[in-house]
Design a protein around this ligand. Structure first.
Ligand SMILES: *Cc1c(COP(=O)(O)O)cnc(C)c1O
Length: 371
């Protein structure tokens, strides 16, 4: 699905030097590379505070710990996402409340959020799925009306721009009270191991999150809160500094591949190409087709045999996951998510796809659906 090796070959001297510099300095934890990356990312995102941490799941967990949400409180999120989003809610003893998505953008549906509100609701976690922002105007409106926190899961959308009606823009993850991202290698800004970060414009919240990631420690060896140990290590930060400088060019390459796919599948009766949401740019973490009247699993197998990887993101909605079964929910409650789980398929998407590869992938897909 991704070609990290070809990408590395192109930036090898810079990456190798950056890693060697960290090793030479032996400042493996909280070294200058971490501080440098934090500042680079704050500048790139136009956000006041970036708090680096160990991975995207921790980013979500730390954000929720710092916001003072209490066990039993409800946190609303989308039913169509990677498990981490709901996992941390459940792990902290909060109640995950899932809602359906928009059939075109695959993102959290504001009307469904309104229907799921109760007096116990404390926060909403919109996920900017596959690289495109959720409807943040609607999310912020609901948050204001009902005094809720918005935690953006921007793990798949770093670098995407949200476009406001007045013509202004903000980066994904910098609109709500807190934003979270992941630097997992296959993410749009991926390191060479695990990594993550939290964003906020709120000074007080930033301080609290810095305390939480560091064992709840305010003064050395004085622990006022129960925290966690969640750090981005210096080698990963050094790699990320090199790659952040190329993030916009990488998004462009992904968009080029997406346009090629769009063009090849345009108006095909059995393939629905991904819709572009008018309020967001798209950074194509995934290129996801909705199939119609196609044996989707057979299609995946057919492509695999031709060495074309294709993945199902995601095959099971959260409310049907064994660990998250909840008597409040049953099959059929979330028709859009359930339909998507049965019909979506994601094609290879990365920064190094060339015309020959794109041609081969699209003709293989068409060979299957047209036969
Ligand atoms: C990748 C991802 C996460 C978790 O990130 P990790 O770094 O793997 O912990 C959370 N939410 C979404 C939507 C993701 O895609």
């Amino acid at each position: 699905m991704v070609d990290l090796k070809s990408q590395y070959e192109k930036i090898k001297p810079e990456i190798d030097q950056a890693i060697q510099d960290v090793v030479n300095s032996t400042a493996f934890i909280n070294g200058p590379a971490v501080k440098g990356f934090q500042e680079d990312l704050e500048k790139y995102l136009g956000v006041k505070h970036v708090i680096p941490c160990a991975n995207g799941t921790d980013a979500l967990q730390v954000a929720m710990m710092a916001l003072g949400i209490k066990p039993g409180d409800e946190v609303i999120t989308t039913n169509f996402t990677f498990i981490a989003t709901a996992e941390v809610i459940a792990l902290l003893g909060f109640t995950p409340v899932v809602v359906d998505v928009d059939p075109h953008t695959f993102n959290i549906d504001p009307e469904s959020v309104r229907k799921a509100l109760t007096p116990r609701t404390r926060a909403i976690v919109p996920v900017h799925l596959f690289g495109q922002c959720a409807d943040m105007d609607a999310m912020m409106q609901i948050a204001e009306e009902f005094n809720l926190f918005i935690i953006e899961d921007a793990c798949q959308a770093i670098g995407a721009d949200y476009l406001f009606a007045d013509g202004s823009r903000k980066k994904a993850g910098t609109i709500g009270h807190v934003g979270c991202t992941s630097f997992f290698p296959s993410k749009n800004l991926g390191c060479y191991g695990d990594g993550g970060a939290i964003f906020t414009n709120n000074d007080e919240l930033a301080n609290q999150m810095r305390v939480v990631v560091n064992h709840g420690m305010t003064v050395r060896y004085y622990h006022d809160f129960i925290g966690v140990n969640s750090r981005l290590d210096s080698i990963q930060a050094a790699v990320l500094r090199v790659k952040l400088a190329r993030l916009d060019a990488y998004a462009e390459a992904r968009n080029h591949a997406a346009d090629f796919y769009d063009n090849a599948f345009k108006n095909h009766p059995k393939l629905k190409t991904p819709a572009r949401f008018e309020k967001s740019t798209h950074v194509f973490h995934q290129y996801t087709l909705v199939t119609e009247g196609v044996d989707r699993n057979a299609m995946q197998e057919f492509l695999m045999k031709k060495d074309v990887p294709a993945m199902i993101y995601y095959p099971v909605p959260l409310h049907m996951q064994k660990a998250y079964l909840d008597p409040r929910y049953k099959e059929g409650d979330f028709p859009v998510t359930e339909h998507l789980c049965k019909t979506v398929i994601s094609l290879p998407m990365h920064t190094e796809l060339d015309e020959d590869q794109l041609q081969f992938i699209t003709s293989s897909v068409l060979e299957f659906v047209n036969r």
